[in-house]
Design a protein around this ligand. Structure first.
Ligand code: GLY
Ligand code: MN
Ligand code: MN
Length: 446
């Protein structure tokens, strides 16, 4: 068994529990960037999770019934196209290599699918994600219904296969954990390289180039998301992308970047002084954010809920805002008032974490949908369990404003690490990049 065939068997078991049927999981389409040039191809995460197959124009079909079966539709071999674009497995080699019970050329999808959908109770398919396949499915179901007078029964239900798979993907298996640790290591190495290279006078994109160099050098296929390299006031723009400003001597640099390694994402943020030495006010705020991250890490463990980390971080951040005078005690009141009234949101306006996996904002419910709640209240936040992976990423962003001490203006700080929930707590997979003031300054001195 490979991890992929194990997951296919697990999904088939979940489908059986819903009465059985046929699952259809296509990979992502190729997308044209401009004339004759495509965007770099990235397979669909659900499809890859079940197949390990990276070519475009492919579909996994799983049969959950009396005779369970895993089928792959893929491109035929084509010498001419392979001369231009590289080797294709073709159905024969793909069956052997990827362990499917059967493989077919993708061209035969429209003739095979009506046969596979005949006399099956349900279809497991994610409607509304790929209109091309929504239309194809309509056509296939129409063909099955047309056989009704011959006694063929068409599926009577459609289940969202992603709902079943999201729950599987939320809990990382041993192979995924190994890949995520590697993604974390490489991402951390990229941050270290950018920190070492940093210096006043450089452009933000020069640091980005260092990150990308390290990611690629260590075998990452691409960044897991658009890297954010933001110096000075740009660090207060949460999704800053321009990346062309000049690093000033007295500025902080915030880098939020992670690599994708064999389909799994790292997601790290580090904030460091462009010149290698934190100023007094920078250090004050940095220590608050670091303490808030440590408070969140402490409660990132089984027995706690997804939102406990955020609540712990907010408490420390809000106290720090009062202590430094970012928030004026006389105006906003006590710590509890600041939290209840949400005044802290002036300087901390995002959540402290999100699931991480194949997608940087990974799949999985954040609330316990099985909990029974009276009176239309929201469901409670989900309990943390071993195998889940979440980011822990508190921050403080100070835009100039009346009443805010000027020494903190335009400081933006975030510290982000990736945590695997273990039986007893959490394992940070991204500690290769320094987090404390002393460790950052020491690395930058080298
Ligand atoms: N880089 C995206 C995030 O931190 O959520
Ligand atoms: Mn993140
Ligand atoms: Mn991030």
């Amino acid at each position: 068994m490979t991890p992929y065939s194990t997951r296919r068997a697990q999904l088939i078991a979940l489908m059986q529990a819903k009465g059985g049927g046929v699952a259809i999981i296509p990979t992502a389409p190729e997308v044209m960037r401009n004339r004759d040039a495509d965007y770099p191809y990235r397979h669909d995460s659900y499809f890859y999770y079940l197949s390990g197959f990276m070519e475009p124009e492919a579909v996994v079909v799983l049969i959950a019934g009396e005779h369970p079966k895993a089928i792959l539709f893929c491109r035929e071999k084509n010498l001419e196209r392979e001369i231009w674009d590289g080797v294709r497995y073709g159905p024969v080699a793909a069956r052997e290599k990827f362990g499917f019970d059967a493989t077919f050329p993708i061209e035969s999808l429209s003739t095979e699918m009506p046969k596979l959908l005949a006399d099956t109770p349900s279809v497991f398919y994610a409607l509304g994600h790929q209109s091309e396949y929504d239309e194809k499915l309509q056509g296939w179901l129409g063909s099955v219904r047309a056989m009704g007078r011959a006694g063929v029964v068409a599926p009577s239900a459609i289940h969202n296969v992603q709902v079943l798979m999201d729950e599987m993907r939320l809990f990382k298996d041993a192979d995924e954990i190994a890949l995520m640790r590697r993604a974390g290591e490489i991402s951390a190495a990229g941050h270290c390289r950018a920190m070492r290279f940093s210096g006043p006078g450089l452009r933000e994109y020069e640091l980005e180039a260092e990150l990308l160099h390290e990611f690629r050098r260590q075998g990452s296929q691409y960044p897991a998301y658009g890297s954010i390299v933001a110096t000075g006031a740009n660090a207060c723009v949460l999704h800053y992308r321009a990346s062309d400003a000049i690093l000033k001597d007295s500025d902080l640099v915030l880098i939020d970047a992670g690599c994708e390694f064999d389909s799994y994402a790292g997601d790290i943020t580090r904030t460091f002084p462009a010149n290698g030495i934190f100023s007094g006010p920078q250090k004050e705020l940095y220590e608050i954010v670091l303490a808030s991250q440590n408070a969140a890490i402490e409660v990132t463990r089984p027995g706690k809920h997804f939102m406990d980390g955020h609540d712990a971080a907010v408490r420390v951040l809000a106290q720090g805002m009062l202590d430094t005078g970012l928030l004026n005690k006389n105006k906003v009141g006590s710590l509890d008032d600041v939290i209840t009234n949400g005044d802290f949101r002036q300087f901390y306006m995002h959540r402290t974490g999100h699931w991480l996996g194949m997608d940087v904002h990974d799949v999985g419910e954040y609330r316990d949908l099985d909990a029974s709640i009276a009176g239309g209240e929201p469901k409670p936040w989900r309990g943390l369990q071993p195998g889940m992976v979440t980011t822990i990423e508190p921050g403080i962003y100070v835009r100039p404003a009346e009443g805010v001490p000027e020494k903190y203006w335009n400081i933006g700080i975030r510290i982000e690490d990736d945590a695997l929930i273990t039986n007893t707590g959490c394992e940070l997979m991204t500690t290769g990049a320094p987090r404390t003031v002393a460790d950052i300054e020491a690395l930058m001195r080298k």
